[in-house]
Design a protein around this ligand. Sequence first.
Ligand code: DUC
Ligand code: ZN
Ligand code: ZN
Ligand code: ZN
Length: 471
Amino acid sequence: MKTLITGGTVVSSTGRSAADVLIDGETIAALVAPGSTALGVDLASHVDRVIDARGKYVIPGGIDAHTHMEMPFGGTSASDTFETGTRAAAWGGTTSIVDFVVQYAGENPLEQYARWHDKAAGNCAIDYGFHQILSDVQDSSLHAMDELVAEGVTSFKLFMAYKGVFLSDDGQIVRAMQKAASNGSMIMMHAENGSVIDLLVQQSLARGETDPIYHGLTRPWQAEAEATHRAIMLANLTGAPLYVVHVSAKQAAEQIAQARDTGQNVFGETCPQYLYLSLEEQLGAPGFEGAKWVCSTPLRSRAEGHQDHMWRALRTNDLQLVSTDHCPFCMTQKQLGLGDFSKIPNGIGSVEHRMDLLYQGVVSGQISLERWVEICSTTPARMFGMYGRKGVLAPGADADVVVYDPAGHTSIGLGKTHHMNMDYSAWEGYEIDGHVDTVLSRGEVVVDGGQFHGRAGHGRYIRRELSQYLI
Ligand code: DUC
Ligand code: ZN
Ligand code: ZN
Ligand code: ZN
């Protein structure tokens, strides 16, 4: 099957040009001058399918490097399965996800890895890779880290918060970092001071403060900035590359920027919720509504300037990526925390909207068109060892392609654009300038003309290499 995407503007992380994209089977065959001929014959008449991209951007498919499909968490399980979640991702122009295998304390990391393959295999509409969460770091975990790297799991998430659920103490963190330094893998960190947060939560509940808003108020920016600093120091001590997930506090981003200025391999990710949503809006939500926006790290105060700082950090490359931390729960699941905010499952669902939401940063002049592609696709590919196959439109790369219509419009919300398995949207009422028109995953059209054409099982496991982003 040969496909030609004609008449569009191909945008990469380094520039834009008028070019046609020729796809042969699952990969990109060539980028050619618009209207090119082969031996004097119009190329378009040589292919099986022509996609008209006039007036539109042609970009490499989005890569969401942080999702939690059907994750067991908070006494329940994230509501998107690999099937529903990857379908929603495709609708939004995301053609690869990197999800997290979960190893809770006492579980065998390799068995958990096999379990996650069982959950994903045959169910995904787009390609998927795995990071691995380690909740306790034993001799056996260190051994597993080597085996997992050979399997293409080249990044490991540790937690400085959630004692009794995930927490790795500093000694365990250092052991895992030493292993990462020796096998070349990346340490991903949930950087919040868990002991401080647990204390503030207990004190808050003891005062009778039970509403959702106290989730954010008991996770202050100082707890994030302190843990981020500590994680950076431990990474410096051990020589491990460090990627701080879901950065929301300005002061945490500043810690990352300082470390990067010294040349240390430290990277940071923020999420759409930390660019757009705020503690003030959550405070203004009536009753239990605020539970929709309970996530960790929490939404931050707009008055304190965190959101503006996240945009600025994205512009300056103090932060490198925007992933969603897609961890959706329905309202009945959120209601586990009625009367006790600490029992609200933490997470927001955004996998479908990341490309559109980030594109609003282009519309408003916060980031360039090229930076949009870099943040959404090229850097996640490089950061997590997929570049070449993913993250770029070049001969030999997987034909993961999005045709994006800057003149289009997208209304987000239930009954509008919403394909995630959730009974509300954290983004209800958002109006997007721009529209994901056509999405190809490895040469197959999965979304086009407002229709889903993909299928569960098309998506394949991505065996990742070591990070290609390190200094
Ligand atoms: N951290 C995550 O990365 N995802 C869900 C919840 C959390 O705390
Ligand atoms: Zn986390
Ligand atoms: Zn997460
Ligand atoms: Zn359109």
